[in-house]
Design a protein around this ligand. Structure first.
Ligand code: NAI
Ligand code: OAA
Length: 343
């Protein structure tokens, strides 16, 4: 009996610590994060993960369908962020006003047999309309673009913001974190390393061969054969397709993407809050190659991108991969720019 009481006292103490740690973060400034497409496969898990983030004070959830349910559900979690759901086009302005970070997973996902580029016709329109509203209601927000094809949707967003006179290249990010998450997992498993200690830069873009993991720069270095490195590269490039096939028509990666999206948004918030040395890979306006957009390691700061890191020394295999990806990435960028300027 005594030990039962002790256990319940200990559990109450543990719970109140939990509540203290997650429910209030007085030291952190107010930050509003908005998710556009919050009731979708990625959006729901991402909404939950952002609700768990103590750096968020307001979590604004917007979708054309299903937002009230998701917002009510997530709002019951006893953490700092106040949750507000917005369900119609007419509420988009309210959803966006005052946002520090806008995360965009709105759009259709792939089915088996499709490429990310096959989503262009539908998602380009969705993304460009949403970006027009971002320019109008929160022109200074950091934008995390998840909707595919990222290689084109980021250039679309840049053109929309240019036309609106609000473009700040330091604040527009294509989210490629899932490629890094996959490369870390696959490399650690093959090398027999603890995955939490592993890091692998992934550069280029976010589709097929444009995804270029740099295993020669992986940390820590494992002695893997060339064949294994080639297989790991291919698996990272095909990671999205692996999930699309496994889901057999029921969409693409949602849970791992929500995790990756939450990691990247957290990094953006830390940068905004002045935390030093926040470095992540992301697809941004860049001059490190001749292409106007390119993913590489970037340092995040109070104004978004603070520094874009060069590619560093590449293995012969990686150099070939870089040479091979440029034509495809260039044409995806041009397709996005052309679309935005026609519409
Ligand atoms: N960057 C990356 O690494 C990844 C990107 N993706 C992409 O993310 C996108 C979303 O994927 P899922 O969540 O699985 O799709 P989903 O279909 O489950 O969810 C998309 C949500 O967007 C909403 N939506 C559509 N048009 C909208 C609009 N105009 N305004 C607000 N909301 C709108 C839909 O109502 C739906 O709830 C896809 O384009 C997918 O290819 C997926 C995985 C990884
Ligand atoms: O493969 C897809 O269509 C979704 C995606 O971008 C990924 O999982 O990397």
């Amino acid at each position: 009996m005594r030990s039962q009481i002790l256990r319940s006292v200990q559990s109450a103490a543990h719970k109140s610590n939990y509540t203290r740690n997650y429910a209030s973060s007085a030291a952190n400034p107010e930050r509003k994060v908005t998710i556009l497409g919050a009731a979708g496969g990625i959006g729901q898990s991402l909404s939950m993960l952002m609700k768990l983030n103590p750096l968020v004070s307001t979590l604004s959830l917007y979708d054309l369908a299903g937002t009230p349910g998701v917002a009510a559900d997530v709002s019951h979690i006893n953490t700092r962020a106040e949750v507000v759901g917005y369900a119609e086009d007419s509420q988009l302005g309210k959803a966006l006003e005052g946002s520090d970070v806008v995360i965009i997973p709105a759009g259709v996902p792939r089915k088996p047999g499709m490429t990310r580029d096959d989503l262009f016709n539908i998602n380009a329109g969705i993304v460009s309309n949403l970006c027009k509203s971002v320019a109008k209601y929160c022109p200074n927000a950091i934008v995390n673009m998840i909707s595919n094809p990222v290689n084109s949707t980021v250039p679309i967003a840049s053109e929309i913001f240019k036309k609106a006179g609000t473009y700040d290249p330091k604040k527009l990010f294509g989210v490629t974190t899932l490629d890094v998450v996959r490369a870390r997992t696959f490399y650690a498993t093959k090398a027999g390393l603890p995955v939490a200690e592993v890091n692998v830069p992934v550069v280029g873009g976010h589709a097929g061969i444009t995804i270029l993991p740099l295993f020669s720069q992986a940390y820590p270095q494992a002695n893997l054969s060339e064949d294994i490195i080639e297989a790991l590269t291919k698996r990272t490039q095909d990671g999205g397709t692996e999930v699309v096939l496994a889901k057999a028509g029921k969409g693409s990666a949602t849970l791992s993407m929500a995790y990756a999206g939450a990691l990247f948004a957290d990094a953006c918030l830390k940068g905004l809050n002045g935390v030093p040395d926040v470095v992540e890979c992301s697809y941004v306006a860049s001059t490190i190659t001749e292409l106007p957009f390119f993913a590489s390691k970037v340092r995040l700061g109070k104004d978004g991108v603070e520094e874009i890191f060069g590619l560093g020394p590449l293995s012969e295999f990686e150099q070939k991969g870089l040479d091979n990806l440029k034509a495809e990435l260039k044409s995806s960028i041009e397709k996005g720019i052309e679309f935005a300027n026609k519409n």
